[in-house]
Design a protein around this ligand. Structure first.
Ligand code: SAM
Length: 240
């Protein structure tokens, strides 16, 4: 079943997701830190550490949003170049301003691009990252196959995505996502729907071993998953 932000059958998931992120773009960075209590920074650091071996290369950050993952990756590994793509022009515009403010314009470029048709030739990148993006892809297999296509042979993919803790922690987490999170969001943002979608899309996402099987299916090798913080977030790795 498709999980979409606005329940409008005339619009594709991609169009609805892009419009939702355009709408929340100005509050996205703040809400991210606020709702995760800053722990997303630690998850991102862990993911970036997985890329230490590719540090001199050209990186692709898919679903780059406001560019947080790209900026942090540049600060930690200083690769030759980072290109970020996203379907939301609103998110990209804020990302570009952030990159300018931090004087990283020569190192990070953000441009429009859909994971379903990545606008670069085969074998273009040494590494790829997707942070909290795969859950939003309209066609998951196609998006991952596209990332594999643009990676050079031996190139590495690192995905960071929410997952669902098990047992009592899982129950508490689902209650937080369903009840508390939208309430907190309504205090600072008008778009409560966006954060109901967040919870629903996390529940619908094929996490853990199921996601690893999708990576295997599209041709990645040496795939693995690692759960962090009681399983609230997972890192997935694959090589082309
Ligand atoms: N990676 C950023 C981060 O870590 O903060 C942004 C994550 S945000 C939760 C998800 C982003 O995925 C949004 O900016 C959205 O526009 C983008 N997105 C969703 N579907 C996409 C697709 N098919 N292709 C490219 N970007 C997509």
């Amino acid at each position: 079943d498709r999980v979409v932000p606005y329940d409008d059958s005339r619009l594709s998931k991609t169009a609805q997701v892009a419009s939702m992120f355009d709408d929340i773009a100005s509050r996205y960075d703040f809400l991210n830190r606020f709702l995760s209590g800053g722990i997303d920074l630690w998850w991102r650091k862990k993911a970036i550490r997985e890329l230490r071996g590719c540090a001199r290369g050209h990186f692709l950050d898919v679903a780059t949003g406001t560019g947080d993952m790209a900026v942090m990756t540049y600060r930690r590994l200083a690769p030759r170049q980072i290109t970020g793509i996203d379907i939301s022009e609103g998110m990209l515009e804020l990302g570009r301003r952030k990159i300018e403010r931090q004087q990283l314009t020569g190192h990070i470029t953000l441009s429009p691009g859909d994971s379903g048709h990545i606008p670069f030739p085969d074998d273009s990148f040494d590494a790829a990252t997707v942070a909290f993006g795969v859950r939003n892809f309209e066609y998951l297999d196609q998006g991952l196959a596209e990332i594999r296509r643009v990676l050079r042979p031996g190139g590495k993919l690192v995905v960071l995505e929410f997952s669902q803790p098990k047992g009592l922690t899982g129950k508490l987490y689902r209650w937080y996502m369903r009840r508390i999170c939208p309430l907190l969001v309504s205090l600072v943002s008008r778009n409560r729907k966006a954060y109901l979608y967040l919870g629903d899309s996390i529940q619908a996402f094929p996490e853990g071993d199921r996601f690893v099987s999708v990576l295997d299916k599209v041709g990645f090798r040496e795939t693995r998953a690692r759960a962090m913080t009681f399983g609230i977030c997972s890192i997935y790795i694959g090589l082309k």
